[in-house]
Ligand binder design. Sequence first.
Ligand code: UDX
Length: 486
Amino acid sequence: MAAAAAHVLVFPFPLQGHINCMLHFATALVGAGVHVTFLHTDHNLRRLGSRAPSAAGSPLLRFMSVPDGLPDDHPRSVADLPELHKSMAGGATGPYRALLALPPSLAPGSPTPSRRAADAGADPTGGFPPVTCLVADGLLPWAFDVAEELGVPAIAFRTVSAGSFLAFLSAPKLFELGELPFPAGGDLDETLRGVPGMESFLRRRDLPSFCRRPNDTDDDVNPALHALVDLTVHSTKARALVLNTTASLERSALAHIAPHMRDLFAVGPLHAMHLTQAAASGSLWLEDDGCMAWLDGQADRSVVYVSLGSLAVISYEQFTEFLHGLVASGYPFLWVLRPDMLGANQDAALQEALAAVGEDRACVVAWAPQRDVLRHRAVGCFLTHAGWNSTLEAVVEGVPMVCWPFFADQQMNSRFVGAVWRNGLDMKDLCERDVVESTVRGAMESDEIRRSAQALAQQVRRDVAAGGSAATEFERLVRFIKDLTT
Ligand code: UDX
């Protein structure tokens, strides 16, 4: 019997860091001849406007959307993430179920609710084959359950590092050893034995932030930790787990995860995979290209690029501390200050920043074309929150990092940067102006860090090139997906 054409539904959790790497993944699948439907939320697809669908440029890729269950005018800020997580399950399940159950040839204009925001123009073939496989974000467990119930095999994709995934997987062991919950007032520098392969360098302060005691309650355990542990266990039941990482970065963590999974694919860094076509834009903010001209006017490796990702918000005190440290380091800087980052004080703070240093020495934008920035010859180091995408992007470009982690997996990523790969410095929990100044200088001026960063970049680029470990894993994954259709 001839195999049906493979058609993968790629479904990220609707946040920037999740969309970016899953969109690269979708583009790589399309390059391998697989049909892909990329599932946004209605809200995000509207926010992307014409950027996403019109740039897709392949008859094998189309964009569709489902509601996220929140009203249009909801801020969807970082504080609302638990609410978004819950509302997605309520708002999206019905349309999502209908989409998975669609007949093979979906006529444009179908009344199916989930189709309403789809880009019919991205489907010039007039119809996609039925969905043969789901690759969903591990934060959407209900999406797996619905797919398997309808006979569609489900693969889990986690956007965090293997190290962070392993930390969640190791939570029962951490509890058993008494290493979780953290004792009240305990020493955050205490080393841990509960995460296999990390005994020599992992401290309490390096575990994902959800392992810390909640600030405003007396509870021992952050409820988010239980939720993430449950999600991680749920991912072990999927047909396979896909991680945006590579063996040469995280060989040990991958080896410890593998026995828990039905199959495991390390296919990253996905943004650096050789793609036969450009990825469609998944940028929820409009990139300000003006900073590239500003960078052109700066000396080689002289600029500190500052970006704290898509979610972090900072207090005015943190902003001020940070600004003083940066100015005192003496280097020009390009700073991404999202409009929602500082709240009401943002405009005044910005004026103060520019007045303090002068416009020739500072460029502030709301959102930058980050990968182009990191590739620019003028960038000397990247001051980052150590989100996993940002970390991988800096690694691939061989740019030294200064890590100021905020939450979630960022604490773990910054430890790997500072203590394992040694391609940067970790300021974790010590973000005063003096520390900012000396750490930025350290990363800008250390030959050793630069050499480590460059060696790491070469290694990772070999992994994604033809015949490299990540490229080979990706080919194995495509075969795995195609075999699911027979
Ligand atoms: C967070 C987590 O920390 C991350 O590890 C997790 O996998 C997803 O949630 P986020 O704060 O969005 O993510 O950070 P990061 O993972 O670094 O992703 C940010 C993305 O936005 C990167 O791909 C980066 O290139 C892009 N970006 C950021 C821009 O394109 N322009 C900017 O100005 C800033």
